[in-house]
Design a binder for this molecule. Structure first.
Ligand code: RFL
Ligand code: PHB
Length: 391
């Protein structure tokens, strides 16, 4: 098999890249190791920054999002038994975010790719990447029990945190930066209308809790739990009781309960690999960087990477110019580190740390009060949360 751009992975990064390249007249093949159903059902992000929503529209992939997504103009920070609303448009010059699940965005992009785009192969697992340093790139992959080779001019590793692409860059050429947090998130999906109109990020002495949503009928909730937590130790009633305690406020607000339909534990990690290019191999999305989900940044970073990359590849296709491709890693990493900064700030500001002294706990509360009380401090949060410019 032969194509111009070989894309490994059909998550948000790989699918959006394929879509953008198709629109620019550059051909590609997408190899996805899992089956279609698995990729479409995997529960992950729920918040699209304004730039991500705009990019989907510009790619002709925003119609269902605009029909079914819910625009949010703010979030609530809840601590010390009180809620504090951060108004986004008022302090960012009109920016907002969109509640539209990653599962739905992925379904839309898969349908468009199969309908209009180049080949997208499911259950096609990349097993080796070759020739990226000597200008003869190829991906070896296993599909339908048979090993095959995809020859291309450029390979893009959109294969997530557990993929193989970044290891094709020799260890001597790359640096990685990491921070592990001493807690994880227990996430649940529940068939109950959200008990709030906007997301609630709650800090309590018992830990962090987040109330998000997938639609007007389905709630998505998260609890800070110790690393190594087994979801089986959290029967539904224990989850609702703990959420009740962490969201408790001195008003008549109450959390509605409903049937829990999914439960999983996710560790919190910050991680970056540099550079995001090695020869003809480019990395995008979680293959190159992971943020803890408290800042709702991961999917948005993945989309920002491929918007920059697709423009550079379209430029190369149209004029032969390489400058933007050469600048790819530098351009993306600037934004990636801003997102790392914001995500680790949100994470440490809102979670309790088992190593905290009573002094640390009071300083954390002071930090949260500062955000609630100061327009400058809340503007800093709002600008980052609604998304820094792409490119
Ligand atoms: P993905 O989505 O992991 O996709 C990678 C794809 O590559 C495939 N693959 C392979 N295919 C072929 N051959 C191989 N050898 C392969 N190895 C892997 C995989 O099967 C998969 O289909 O990476 P991508 O595209 O970079 O997208 C990144 C996002 O998925 C991720 O950053 C977000 O989900 C993070 N995230 C959030 N991001 C936000 O912007 N806003 C949020 O509100 C938000 N909430 C979250 C999140 C992530 C979470 N978890 C579970 C980590 C909430 C949670 C709980
Ligand atoms: C989600 O809805 O899954 C979600 C929302 C906001 C976050 C993280 C996850 O910060």
């Amino acid at each position: 098999m032969r194509t111009t751009v070989g894309i490994i992975g059909a998550g948000p990064a790989g699918l959006m890249l394929a879509r953008l390249l198709h629109r620019a007249g550059v051909d590609s093949v997408v190899l996805e190791g899992r089956d279609r159903r698995y990729v479409e059902q995997r529960q992950r992000a729920g918040i699209l920054e304004q730039g991500t929503a705009d990019a989907l529209r510009a790619a002709g992939a925003g119609a269902r999002m605009d029909r079914e997504g819910i625009v949010h103009h703010g979030i609530e920070l809840r601590f010390d038994r009180r809620g504090h609303r951060i108004d986004f448009p008022g302090i960012t010059g009109g920016r907002s975010v969109m509640v539209y699940a990653q599962t739905e965005m992925v379904k839309d992009l898969i349908a468009l790719q199969l309908d209009e785009g180049g080949p997208l192969l499911f259950e096609a697992r990349a097993v080796a990447i070759e020739g990226v340093a000597d200008g003869n790139p190829a991906v070896r992959f296993v599909h339908a029990g048979r090993e095959q080779t995809l020859h291309c001019e450029i390979i893009v590793g959109c294969d997530g945190f557990h993929g193989i692409a970044r290891d094709a860059n020799p260890a001597a050429e790359r640096r990685s930066y990491e921070r592990q947090y001493p807690y994880s998130w227990l996430g649940v999906l529940a068939d109950v209308p959200p008990s709030c109109e906007e997301l609630i990020y709650a800090h309590s002495p018992r830990g962090f809790a987040l109330h998000s949503m997938r639609s007007h009928q389905v709630s998505r909730l998260y609890l800070q739990v110790p690393n190594g937590t087994d979801p089986a130790d959290w029967p539904d009633e224990r989850i609702w009781d703990e959420l009740d305690t962490r969201f408790a406020v001195d008003s008549d607000w109450r959390l509605e309960r409903g049937p829990v339909t999914a439960k999983s534990v996710t560790p919190m990690r910050s991680w970056v690999t540099e550079p995001m290019r090695y020869g003809s191999l480019f990395l995008a999305g979680d293959a190159a960087h992971i943020v803890p989900p408290t800042g709702a940044e991961g999917l948005n970073l993945a989309v920002a990477d491929v918007v920059v990359l697709a423009e550079a590849l379209a430029d190369r296709h149209a004029t032969g110019a390489q400058e933007r491709l050469d600048a790819y890693s530098r351009t993306c990493l600037r934004r990636v580190w801003q997102a790392q900064h914001f995500s680790s700030f949100m994470t440490t500001a809102l979670h309790t740390d088992p190593g905290d002294t009573p002094f640390d706990a009071r300083v954390r509360l002071a930090r949260l009060h500062r955000i609630a009380d100061s327009t400058a401090a809340s503007a800093e949060l709002a600008e980052n949360y609604t998304g820094l410019p792409i490119g």
